[in-house]
Design a protein around this ligand. Structure first.
Ligand SMILES: Nc1nc2c(ncn2[C@@H]2O[C@H](COP(=O)(O)OP(=O)(O)OP(=O)(O)O)[C@@H](O)[C@H]2O)c(=O)[nH]1
Ligand SMILES: [Mg+2]
Length: 410
């Protein structure tokens, strides 16, 4: 599930980490070679001036990581016999200044020096690096394109990129793993915010229904073949196991074979089904199911409806009528995860027409992209309640944002 989305995010973590580390290595080796040239021209002065300058700048402008990096580099660089000779020719004043400057750096990086051995040499540069826009621009652009290709809605992809950029730019790197850790944190936070959508809690509502004796009425809507009927069978199974008694309304009186299909599921599950003949008024079927639940003290009415394209005015009107007649507590849009952005757009149309309270995304088991799962809730600002994860009655799971984050970031 969502493997391709996971690849994109974890790939980004690796790319940002590699890029910053590589750049710093380059910078470090450039500084190293120019330093060597300086030494050959004048053995004493450049070292003295350089080290004193760096100390002052470090004290006054601790933000400028490359400066302190210079001292880090000096410290981390293995000494050669040549350098030993050079150093021995430094005046005692220079030596003490050099020591002083190292002390300043040491104090400032006390935290980072815990893992000194790992941070020696090249990584003494990296640990003073502050992440800039330039470091991550290309990679975030690449991520945005990859997300769009992976059926992530445009506004969601943009929001993720903005959030990650805001989080990363200006962060100071002190340890080798900081870049990867910061990027992972930034992505996690961005995705958590995308998935954090308030909604109504079916479990709470069912508790309430049990107490009041008023059944919870749920109507399932969506375009053709997304999995509404199968989902109703799964939801029945799920709540029977939790101790509730559902009633199914066979309100798809439109499609040939629809009543037989849902009757078959209901019989297998031992669930009461209320049905009329094909072509009957679906609102009347739903009404009868609600009456039955009330009369028999059943807590849950599940209304199956015909699949309809959002562009079919008559069928959309018919759906509005069912809503008017039974006043469902929840209208759930059932979308096919595999249809990506289309299912997001369709959800929006159904929301405009009848007002959706939540979403069930089916066929998540076959969905490597994960674009719809990541985007749909944010775009219509309604929570995903369940994911369909296969063709058996038990292949359904409550959707938890933390679970999704774990799936795609790890
Ligand atoms: N792999 C997989 N298949 C699913 C899932 N949910 C439904 N299906 C399959 O999708 C197909 C259509 O399911 P239905 O439940 O008939 O869909 P529907 O929305 O009721 O269809 P209409 O009534 O024609 O609009 C069936 O073959 C189901 O087995 C799921 O979560 N995973
Ligand atoms: Mg159906």
């Amino acid at each position: 599930m969502f493997e391709s989305l996971k690849k994109k995010f974890t790939g980004t973590i690796g790319k940002i980490s590699d890029k910053i580390t590589e750049e710093e290595k380059l910078e470090a080796s450039e500084t190293k070679s120019s330093e060597t040239i300086g030494e050959s021209k004048n053995l004493k002065e450049p070292i003295k001036e350089e080290s004193t300058d760096k100390t002052e700048e470090k004290v006054s402008e601790s933000e400028k990581e490359t400066k302190s990096g210079f001292m880090g580099f000096l410290r981390g660089k293995p000494k050669t016999s040549e350098q030993d000779k050079d150093n021995s020719s430094l005046s005692s004043e220079t030596e003490s200044e050099l020591e002083k400057s190292e002390d300043v750096v040491d104090a400032e990086t006390a935290e980072a020096t815990e893992d000194e051995s790992e941070n020696s040499g090249i990584f003494s540069f990296v640990r003073h690096k502050t992440i800039s826009d330039k470091d991550i621009d290309d990679i975030l652009f690449e991520l945005e394109m990859a997300l769009l290709e992976g059926d992530v809605a445009m506004e969601v992809a943009e929001k993720i990129i903005i959030s990650v950029r805001e989080d990363l730019v200006g962060r100071k790197i002190k340890r080798r793993n900081d870049v990867a850790d910061f990027t992972r944190e930034a992505l996690k936070k961005a995705i958590e915010n995308i998935l954090d959508i308030e909604g109504r809690d079916i479990n709470g509502l069912l508790e309430e229904a049990k107490k009041t004796g008023e059944p919870l009425k749920i109507m399932f809507v969506g375009i053709n073949g997304t999995g509404k009927t199968t989902t109703i069978a799964k939801i029945s199974t799920y709540y029977i196991e939790k101790g509730y008694t559902p009633v199914i309304a066979a309100s798809d009186t439109f499609r040939a074979g629809a009543i037989e299909q849902i009757s078959h599921h209901a019989d297998k599950l031992g669930v009461k089904i209320i049905k009329h003949k094909k072509g009957a008024d679906p609102a009347a079927v739903a009404f009868d199911a609600v009456e039955h639940a009330k009369a028999k003290g059943k807590e849950l009415v599940l209304v199956d409806t015909a699949g309809r394209m959002q562009t079919n005015v008559n069928l959309m009107d018919e759906m509005k009528k069912i809503k008017r007649v039974i006043k469902p507590d929840l209208i759930i849009y059932v979308g096919d995860a595999l249809t990506g952005n289309d299912s997001v757009e369709q959800a929006q149309k159904f929301d405009d027409a009848v007002g959706i309270d939540g979403i069930i995304l089916t066929k998540a088991d076959a969905d490597a992209k994960g674009g719809a799962a990541l985007s749909i809730g944010y775009v219509i600002q309604k929570p995903i309640l369940f994911l369909g994860t296969g063709q058996s009655y038990s292949d359904i799971m409550e959707f938890k944002p933390e679970w999704m984050v774990e799936q795609i970031i790890g």
